[in-house]
Design a protein around this ligand. Sequence first.
Ligand code: SAJ
Length: 417
Amino acid sequence: MTNIEKVAVIGLGYIGLPTAAILATNGLQVVGVDVNKRTVDSVNAGEVPFVEPDLGAHVAGAVSQGKLRATQDTPKADAYIVAVPTPFRADRSADLSYIEAAARGIAPQLEGGELIILESTSPPRATRHMGDYILSLRPDLSLDGSDGRPTIHLAHCPERVLPGRVMIELVTNDRVVGGVTPEAAELAKGLYSTFCQGEILLTDDVTAEMAKLVENSYRDVNIAFANELSIISDGLGIDVWELIRLANHHPRVNILQPGPGVGGHCIAVDPWFIVAEAPEDAKLIRTARQVNDAKPLWVVDKVIDALESAPLGTEVAVLGLAFKANIDDLRESPAIEITKMIAQRAPETVLNVVEPHIVQLPEQLREHENVKLTDLTVGLKSSGVVVLLVDHDDFKTAELTDLESKFVIDTRGILAV
Ligand code: SAJ
C-alpha cells in the first residue's frame, strides 16, 4: 500500500463534511462526495450547508487552498471514508441501502491496496456486508489477500462526536478502530493519526460496531431506569429528584436524570440495531427502549388529567421543544411528540409554546390551530397548566413566577431544589 495522499469522503453530512475538512486542513488531498448537488455546490463555494461552530472556517480554508473539493461522482483515491445515513426500517432493522450505494460508487475505482473505512453507525457485521458487497461487484479483489488477488483493506471507525463540539471532539476524542484484518486496522490508525490527538484503540470490525451501539444503549438503559423511577415515585407521592439526589450519595450509585422521553438521532435509534440482531437475548435493551418511548404518553396523560379538573378555557404553557437543553435541534424530540398529542387530544385548548431557540413552530405543529409560539412571560401569564419539557438555562434562570396558582408538570426537575 502506498502512502495515503488522496482521500474520498462519501456523504457530506454532520460527520462526513467535518471529517473531510479536518483531513484537508491536515495536508491530505480530499474529495467530498455527495448525491445532493446543492451540498456539492455549497462546499465548492467554501460554504457549509448546516450550523456547526468552526466548520465554516475549515471548509473555506481547505477549498481556497485547493485541498478540498466536492463532487457527485466517486473518484479514484487511496482511501475512502463512508459516512452515510443508516436509518432503521419499519421493522427496526437497519437500512443499509445508503452504504450499498456508496459501495457501488467505490467498487469500479478500486485497483487493490486501497483502504475503505465505514464511519456510519452500523449494526454488527455491516462492515463485512459492505466488503462482501464490493467483492460481489469486484470478484477480482479480496479482503485478506487470499488466492493472491489484490487486497482492499476494510475497517470500521465509529464517530462519537457531540454536535456543537464536532471540530474539537474530532481532534480530542479517543477513537475505536476495528479492522477486518489487523493490517486494515493499522492503516486506518495511520490515517486518523493525521488529525486525532486522542488515543486510537485497535480492535476487529464487529467489536468496533458494537462499541458505538453499546455506548448509546448504556445511556438509554440508564435513562430508562430514571424514567421508570419517576413514574413509580409519582405513584408513591414522592419527589423523584430528591430520591435520585439522595441515592446518588452512595459511592457506587450514579442514577441519570428522568425526562419527558429520549430524543435525538442516536440514543433512541442505535439500541434497536442490537435488538434486531439479537431479538431473544437483548431483553433489557428492548425494554429500556419501550420504557423511554412510553414516557411521552405518560406526560400527555398527566396534562389531560390536569385539564379535566381545570376550569373550561384553561390554557397550557409548554416550556421547550428541543430534544435536550440549550440547543435548537428538534430532531426526534419527545417535547414535539408531547405537544402534538396534547394538541390532538385537547383541540379546544390553547397551547402556548415557549422555545427561545426557534423563531417559528416546526412543521409538525403548524397544522394545529390551537398551538402558538410565544415568549415565556406571555406563555406563563395566559396559562393555568404548565408543562416543563426542556431544561434550557433560559428557563432555569428566568423567574418562574406565580407557579403556585397553576398546575405544574415538571418533567426535567427544573423546579426541584
Ligand atoms: N437524557 C435524559 N436524561 C439524562 C441524559 C439524557 O433524559 O440523564 C435525554 C436527553 O434529554 C436527550 C437524550 O437523552 O433527549 C439524548 O441526549 P444526550 O445528550 O445524552 O446524547 P446525544 O444523543 O446528544 O449524543 C449521544 C452521545 N453518546 C453518549 O453520550 C454515549 C454522543 O457522544 C454521540 O456521539 C451521539 O449520541 C451519537 O452521534 O451517537
